[in-house]
Structures are given as structure tokens and as C-alpha cells.
Design a protein around this ligand. Structure first.
Ligand code: GLU
Length: 481
């Protein structure tokens, strides 16, 4: 059998972490079996669907490296297929027009509630006579299309994650609506119907989706059978939970892939992390791998039934590992948009080679790409602000003279190497009889405005290249007076 799987997001919001994780599992399964991964945009809900969400979804999948083999297919371009199939079910007597009004349905629900019964449609229009139908139409009532559900049926399937599953037809809420209200023809087909037609047409072999779709699966199996189609295999993946064990929601902060990107997570780290949300490789000590590596080992046997807890600390750790092992030019590329966003300008000698030196200095301390903004701020401003600690340092006895000595040493020093800088410091220690530690701390205060930060010598060299070391020393001497 050729493996054909799909991800079928609805463009009613940005690419959600849950959808992206489902896409990851589909992709891993397809690649493991040399199959096809298909992208379908389920945009039949025209009120809530937006083109910008479709863009966001496509961009997010591409960013994560989840390349698809076919599509994107859009359900709105396939409406005639759904309507044809509905007509076929109507002709076969497997579906019917239901004229029950919203008020009647409300009254039905109320009476069921009063009897403490679960709400369900009572199939009242299942066997209308042509005369009854004509009378409802004459009243001007619109109709939905309902598919007949046999209450006595037991629907079973062997779920690739959850094992044997069984649903009673009587638990499916009565005959199901497959098309919205229409007054003349068949109205807008609904998700549970369109998805079956699409999965049939696209010859989907395995439906891999979140466990929130389990009840839909029971209904959809009945539709496959009614339409005379093969039923695909199903795999329902566990939900993503927050650390408190509740379903991850907007209240947990970010949920969309584009927000994760803005927060400074890298695509391979996030993709890697998502593979671990519910799956573990055979060697469970292995935590860092590419999607391709995960695909080689992926199987549903190692997907958990239990919800997967979203662990920010673990994601941060993975992200830092990826950043630290990336080539400097790649990290530089990734940092450019964050610096631009912060308003930093690439002028005054801040060109690519200099930027890469800066990245070499800060990359080992980065957890998220966004950390680079604060860490490199001192290199993108002309004048640093001194912290109280730094001011106190600069006001100590002998500091002004020592910094003046460094300034003098810098005269005629066009290029500055670490050895030159060390030579200047040695010279001042010797000439003024001050401790080296005092000079080092004062230089840090002068150059960075703080008492802690990145490697002092490298920072100095970078500032020297853009002509900022001397003005900062002069400024620090003035502050220390
Ligand atoms: N459009 C559905 C969703 O976004 C797809 C469900 C499915 O995979 O069948 O949840």
C-alpha cells in the first residue's frame, strides 16, 4: 500500500502548535514509508476563514521544513464534488432533507434537558412524505441535509495510537447534518462530510489527527461505508497540555508557530521539540535530531496515548543547543531581523565581517535569538548608560588616570589586536602602579556601562573597529570626575 497522509488545517487562525505537531507526525510517517504528504486547506467556513491565515499556515509549514508533495488543495474549489456526493446519498435514500426549525430544535433540546437526557436530534423528518415536504416548502422553510445514522450500529476501528476503539451509533446525536441550510438547493457542505469526500478522492491511506476528532471518526466511518469507499486507517495523536496538565490554550501565552518564531525559537529546534511531544525515539536518551533523522525511526508504536506536556525549559534548552552548534554566518542571518526590529542600524563600520565577530562573541550565551537584542545593545548605541555600580567603579581613586593612560596608549593604534590591548594595559600597570584588576573592571564599566557582560577584550576590539572605544573612555573619565 502506498502511504498517503494529509494535514488539513482550517484557515480560521494562524498555524497553531497543535496543528503543526500533527503535521510533523504526518510528515514523519509519510517520509518513513516513502509516501506522500498532502496539504489541504479546509476553508468551507467562509465567515471565519481568511487568506492571511492561509498564508500564515503555508509560511509556518515551510519554515518548519514540512514540505508537502501535493496541494495546497482548497475545499472551496471543490464544493461541486461534495454536492454531487450528497445528491447521490439523497437518491439512495441514505440522506434526507430536514425542515426542523431552530426553534423546534431548541424546544427539543430543552425537553431532553428536563428529562436529563443527552441532547440529540430525534430523526423526526427521516421519513417525510412528498406531501409533508411540499407543505414545509410552501411555508418557506429552509432545510439541512441529514445523513441517516443507525442507532443500533457499533462502529469499531483499530486506532494506530489508541488500539481498539468502539462507538455506539446511538451516541452520535441522531442523524447528522452534512450540509447547512439551503432553501432551493443543497447548502454549504459541513466539515464531517467534506473531509470524507476529500480523503476518498485524495486516496488518503492514514488519517493522522488530534484526539479531539475521535467522535468525528465514528461518524466519518459510517459515511465511507455509505459511499462505498475503503475506510482509511486512523491514528489519533495525544493533545498538547500545559505544565498543569490542562489543554494548551491562548492563556498559556503563545500558541501559533509565527509567535514562536518571533520569540526567538529556531525552526529546527521547534521542529525537533514537536517530534518529542508525544513520541520518543527507540533510544529515548537521544533528544537532538533533524526531522529526517526522526522520520527514519518514526512509528506509532512509540506515540503515547497520554497528553504531551509542553515544557518551555526543554524547548529553551534545545533551542540553545541548536544556536550553539550553528555556523556563525547562519546565526548572523537569523539575528539580522531581530536587530532590525530593535531599530539597530548597520552603519559606521557595522558591516557583515564585524557583525559576524559580534555574533561569535555573543552566540554561546544565547538561549533564544531575541536574547541578542539586549546582549548587543551596547554595540549599536553611541553612548552607553552607566549603571550605578559602573559609576561607583569609575569614581574610584586612580581610575581616571588609568583610563587616561589607556587612551594615550591607543593613540596611533589604528588596528587593535588582543595582544595590543594587553600591551596597553601592562604599560599602564607599570607606569602608574595600579592593579590590573582595577583597570580591567574600569574598562568594562567604561565600555559597556555595566560590571558584567561578554568577554572584555573581544568587546573592546569590536568597539575599536567602529571607533567607539576612545569616546567611551573619554566619557567614562568625565563621569568619574
Ligand atoms: N480542518 C480540521 C481541523 O483543522 C481537520 C481535521 C482532520 O484532520 O480531519 O481540525
Amino acid at each position: 500500500m502506498t502511504v498517503r497522509v494529509r494535514i488539513a488545517p482550517s484557515p480560521t487562525g494562524n498555524l497553531h502548535i497543535g496543528t503543526a505537531r500533527t503535521a510533523v507526525f504526518n510528515w514523519l510517517f509519510a517520509r518513513h514509508h516513502g509516501g506522500k504528504f498532502i496539504l489541504r486547506i479546509e476553508d468551507t467556513d467562509q465567515e471565519r476563514s481568511r487568506p492571511e491565515y492561509t498564508e500564515n499556515i503555508l509560511a509556518g509549514l515551510r519554515w518548519l521544513g514540512l514540505n508537502w508533495d501535493e496541494g495546497p488543495f482548497f475545499q472551496t474549489e471543490r464544493l461541486h464534488f461534495y454536492k454531487d456526493a450528497i445528491q447521490k446519498l439523497l437518491d439512495q435514500g441514505l440522506a434526507y432533507r430536514c425542515y426542523t426549525t431552530a426553534e423546534e430544535l431548541d424546544a427539543l433540546r430543552e425537553s431532553q434537558k428536563a428529562r436529563s437526557e443527552a441532547p440529540r436530534y430525534d430523526n423526526r423528518h427521516r421519513n417525510l412524505t412528498p406531501e409533508q415536504e411540499a407543505a414545509f416548502q410552501a411555508e418557506g422553510r429552509s432545510f439541512v441535509i441529514r445523513f441517516k445514522i443507525d442507532d443500533s450500529r457499533e462502529i469499531v476501528w483499530n486506532d494506530l495510537v489508541r488500539g481498539n476503539m468502539a462507538w455506539r451509533g446511538s451516541d452520535l446525536g441522531g442523524d447528522m447534518v452534512i450540509a447547512r441550510a439551503g432553501s432551493t438547493g443543497i447548502g454549504q457542505p459541513l466539515y464531517n462530510f467534506a473531509v470524507v469526500i476529500d480523503d476518498m478522492d485524495m486516496q488518503i491511506s492514514h488519517v493522522i489527527r488530534g484526539e479531539d476528532h475521535i467522535a468525528n471518526t465514528a461518524k466519518q466511518i459510517l459515511l465511507y461505508e455509505a459511499l462505498g469507499a475503503n475506510v482509511p486507517e486512523f491514528a489519533h495523536t495525544p493533545l498538547i497540555l500545559n505544565m498543569e496538565g490542562r489543554k494548551l490554550s491562548k492563556r498559556d501565552g503563545v500558541t501559533s508557530i509565527s509567535e514562536f518564531a518571533k520569540m526567538g525559537f529556531t525552526a529546527p529546534a521547534l521542529a525537533n521539540y514537536m517530534t518529542l511531544l508525544g513520541w520518543s525515539p527507540p533510544d529515548s536518551t537521544q533528544e537532538i535530531f533533524t526531522l529526517e533523522e526522526a522520520a527514519q525511526q518514526f512509528s506509532f508504536e512509540r506515540v503515547n496515548k497520554a497528553g504531551a506536556k509542553f515544557d518551555w525549559a526543554k524547548l529553551d534548552w534545545l533551542n540553545s543547543q541548536y544556536i550553539h552548534s550553528m555556523p556563525i554566518d547562519k546565526v548572523t542571518d537569523l539575528l539580522m531581523p531581530f536587530w532590525s526590529e530593535a531599530g539597530y542600524k548597520f552603519v559606521g563600520g557595522r558591516e557583515r565581517p564585524w557583525l559576524e565577530q559580534l555574533v561569535t562573541l555573543i552566540a554561546p550565551s544565547l538561549t533564544r535569538l531575541t536574547d541578542a537584542v539586549a546582549m548587543s545593545q551596547l554595540f549599536f548605541t553611541d553612548v552607553v548608560e552607566f549603571s550605578d555600580e559602573a559609576k561607583t567603579q569609575l569614581q574610584q581613586d586612580g581610575v581616571g588616570a588609568a583610563l587616561q593612560g589607556v587612551l594615550t596608549g591607543l593613540e596611533n593604534q589604528a588596528q587593535l589586536e588582543v595582544s595590543d590591548a594587553q600591551g596597553i594595559i601592562k604599560q599602564v600597570v607599570k607606569a602608574q602602579g595600579v592593579k590590573k584588576g582595577l583597570i580591567m573592571r574600569s574598562l568594562r564599566a567604561a565600555f559597556t556601562g555595566e560590571m558584567h557582560g561578554p568577554d572584555l577584550m573581544q568587546s573592546w576590539l569590536l568597539l575599536h573597529e567602529i571607533g567607539l572605544d576612545k569616546p567611551r573612555l573619554e566619557n567614562a573619565i568625565a563621569v568619574g570626575k
